[in-house]
Write a protein that binds this ligand. Structure first.
Ligand SMILES: CCCCCC/C=C\CCCCCCCCCC(=O)SCCNC(=O)CCNC(=O)[C@H](O)C(C)(C)COP(=O)(O)OP(=O)(O)OC[C@H]1O[C@@H](n2cnc3c(N)ncnc32)[C@H](O)[C@@H]1OP(=O)(O)O
Ligand SMILES: CCCCCCCC/C=C\CCCCCCCC(=O)OC[C@@H](O)COP(=O)(O)O
Length: 273
């Protein structure tokens, strides 16, 4: 029994020591802590959401947003947001952003407008308590392997957006990407906006490469710039305009990405690859 008491004490001594001496340990510790803490937060949020709304409801995103807001401090991250005024648009719209890591959830919760939820891969629903909280928050799940299914789910979402005055956040790259650039955009977000005839608001996260390097196993403290760009109207557009709309959005977001990432890189010294 005495030995069992020693284990937490030893851990309390060893963890800070390792945190000071090994950046690889910091990397794994922060990653583990992030997932574990999000699971715990979701566990607390589940009954709160059920009590408030009785089940799956977009209003639950307010609770989720509130509960995730402090997590950035625990990981040593700070957000610098610009372009707030562009989110002050009435009614439904589609937000599109680049997607580097599951850490994007922190930035998303930093600026998430009211009555806004996201489109996510259906595998996320199986992620334990996080999956359940995503479902309760009204997240629209799509099967990326079955394009026809994904298209019909998104067509339904276009209708729901208008009927229920909902905003949807889509990651048009369709997967996580940390290659220092944007991946070509998939078309779903743009079909969605055109079908619902609602504006698109592009949001750009600066590169995480100045604090988070997966290959080098580094997860330092850092600043993430979030730039909200002016809305792009889709009124009067048809499916014929989707490709040019996607290209235009890509060009605007890529320019903003290189701009805000470059300025972080310059102020913190060169990025190691
Ligand atoms: C309290 C604490 C709790 C804490 C826990 C966490 C808390 C909260 C969680 C909240 C946050 C959650 C955040 C979750 C993030 C998850 C992010 C993701 O999962 S990203 C992955 C999923 N998302 C996407 O994939 C969206 C983007 N994908 C697409 O848009 C794709 O287009 C598609 C999946 C719809 C189809 O894929 P694919 O076939 O590969 O794509 P295309 O080349 O774009 O399309 C092929 C042709 O089909 C046409 N098309 C596409 N979409 C449509 C459509 N909706 N309607 C009509 N036609 C469509 C397209 O034009 C192409 O045809 P073409 O002739 O070539 O033009
Ligand atoms: C019991 C099951 C345990 C499952 C554990 C997984 C739990 C994840 C928990 C916490 C992290 C919190 C943030 C969750 C939301 C982020 C989701 C995300 O970023 O999904 C990746 C997806 O966009 C793209 O995936 P791919 O790169 O295409 O693949």
């Amino acid at each position: 029994m005495d030995v069992l008491w020693m284990i937490p004490l030893l851990l309390l001594m060893i963890i800070p020591l390792l945190m000071c001496t090994s950046s690889t340990f910091v990397f794994y510790f922060k990653k583990f802590f992030y997932v574990a803490w999000m699971m715990v937060l979701a566990l607390i949020a589940i009954p709160l959401c059920i009590l408030k709304s009785g089940g799956r409801d977009i209003e639950n995103m307010r609770i989720i947003r509130f509960m995730v807001r402090h997590v950035k401090y625990l990981l040593g991250l700070r957000f610098e947001v610009s372009g707030w005024e562009h989110l002050q648009t009435e009614g439904p719209y589609v937000v599109i952003s680049n997607h580097q890591s599951s850490l994007d959830v922190l930035g998303l919760m930093e600026i998430l407008p009211d009555r806004c939820t996201t489109i996510a891969k259906k595998e996320l629903v199986y992620a334990g308590t996080v999956g359940l909280i995503c479902w309760l928050g009204g997240i629209v799940f799509i099967n990326r392997k079955k394009t026809s299914d994904a298209k019909s789910v998104m067509a339904d979402a276009a209708k729901t957006m208008l009927d229920d005055q909902i905003r949807l956040w889509v990651f048009p790259e369709g997967t996580r990407n940390q290659n220092g650039d944007l991946l070509p955009f998939k078309k779903g977000a743009f079909h969605l906006a055109v079908q619902a005839q609602v504006p698109i608001i592009p949001v750009v996260f600066s590169s995480y490469s100045n604090f988070y390097l997966r290959k080098e196993k580094q997860f330092k403290s850092g600043v993430i710039r979030l730039k909200i760009l002016p809305k792009i109207e889709t009124k009067g557009m048809t499916s014929d305009d989707v490709s040019s709309l996607s290209d235009k959005s890509f060009d605007l977001m890529r320019a903003a990405f290189l701009d805000i990432s470059d300025s972080i890189t310059r102020s913190n010294g060169p990025v190691r690859h």
